[in-house]
Design a protein around this ligand. Structure first.
Ligand SMILES: Nc1ncnc2c1ncn2[C@@H]1O[C@H](COP(=O)(O)OP(=O)(O)O)[C@@H](O)[C@H]1O
Ligand SMILES: [Mg+2]
Length: 354
């Protein structure tokens, strides 16, 4: 299709050149003839031939000049919308778009690329603004409550218990703020790619058992039964990072499981590596929320989420870390019955990455 168009264009070009040539010489012939009739022809045939050739060339050059002037104007008109769009994008206006992409023929792809760049930049800008507004919101709510309770503590006629209670809240909210900044920092370090990914082989089942023990006060305190089925296995991974994953998953399960519930942690070897499942008999996650829980700041249960002290960053960190290890994480849940988070890790993470 393109080749046929090019051939047609070449033929038309040749034809135009031919017409110009014939036209110039014809014009030169008639002009000279008129001039000779008026002022008399030169005596030598050679001189009249020479004059004919020179005038022919002169007319040809004039025509050529006219055509190139006209086409330069058209070329400018062709590039102006593109240049304008690029200038607007450079100034931060990502709504800029070059219209009528078809008009640009072989440059269509370039123009489409510019449009795509603008819409991608605009999407990133929206994400950036959402991120800032989310962070501000997450910082604002604990600060408001800290300020309120600190002010309340000034009052002299408070019982000891009330005072203790207020201090507890201040402590919890400060911890929440510090957790938020910790998660944000970790996410940004992991996302920047500057984190040294030093995977080493270690015993995953031992790590999981230790984390379960460390969380014992929390699940015992809620009278939650915990069951662990941990097959002996060695994985090559960054131990600290994976420890963050298991901690986040376990804390979520504890947080969203009512007293008397049960949490089961299973780790087993499968054909494609290791599979770790954290399942609970808690509140569950609705169908609409399920695909979004790994997004930053996403909290499914808005009302309880605020009280529960999470920032909605836990699972996005989990996903980031598992992705870094070339693993996969997914969630299955039935509202009211429980949730299952399944993490799979490739057989040897280090070998995979090299
Ligand atoms: N085990 C679970 N049971 C029920 N809902 C859960 C569970 N784990 C996560 N969720 C939902 O996913 C959301 C995001 O989790 P996460 O990123 O850890 O944020 P956070 O724990 O700070 O609220 C939670 O707010 C909650 O609604
Ligand atoms: Mg969490």
């Amino acid at each position: 299709m393109k080749r046929a168009r090019k051939t047609v264009q070449a033929i038309l070009g040749l034809l135009a050149a031919f017409i110009f040539l014939v036209g110039s010489w014809t014009a030169s012939y008639f002009i000279l003839k008129a001039l000779f009739r008026r002022f008399g022809a030169p005596s030598s045939d050679f001189v009249s031939q020479l004059l004919g050739v020179l005038l022919g060339f002169f007319i040809l050059f004039c025509l050529g000049g006219l055509v190139s002037l006209f086409s330069r104007g058209r070329q400018r008109a062709f590039y102006i919308p593109i240049m304008n769009a690029i200038r607007r994008i450079a100034k931060g206006d990502f709504t800029a778009k070059v219209e009528d992409v078809e008009r640009y023929g072989q440059f269509g792809e370039l123009v489409e690329g510019i449009n795509e760049m603008a819409s991608e930049l605009s999407r990133m800008e929206t994400m950036r603004q959402d991120f800032i507004s989310n962070v501000s919101h997450e910082i604002q709510s604990p600060l408001t409550s800290i300020r309120g309770f600190a002010r309340a503590l000034r009052s002299e006629d408070l019982s000891r218990e009330t005072r203790e209670h207020y201090l507890d809240i201040i402590e919890t909210e400060s911890a929440r703020l510090s957790g938020l900044s910790d998660s944000l920092l970790k996410l940004s370090v992991l996302e920047s790619g500057s984190f040294p990914f030093e995977a080493k082989p270690y015993r995953l089942d031992k790590q999981l058992r230790n984390i379960l023990l460390a969380c014992e006060p929390q699940w015992m305190g809620k009278e939650i039964e915990v069951e662990a089925e941990l097959a002996e296995m060695t994985v090559t991974a960054v131990e600290d990072l994976l420890s963050q994953v298991w901690n986040n998953l376990l804390h979520n399960s504890i947080k969203f499981t009512p007293p008397g519930g049960k949490i089961t942690i299973t780790a087993r070897l499968i054909a494609t590596g290791a599979e770790i499942i954290v399942s609970d008999t808690g509140a569950g996650i609705s169908k609409e929320d399920l695909p979004r829980i790994f997004e930053r700041f996403y909290k499914a249960d808005k009302a309880r989420g605020a009280g529960a002290g999470g920032s909605g960053l836990g699972l996005s960190l989990v996903k980031k870390i598992v992705d870094l290890h070339r693993g996969e994480v997914r969630a299955e849940s039935r509202p009211g019955e429980g949730t299952e988070i399944i993490v799979t890790l490739p057989p040897s993470v280090k070998e995979e990455r090299e």
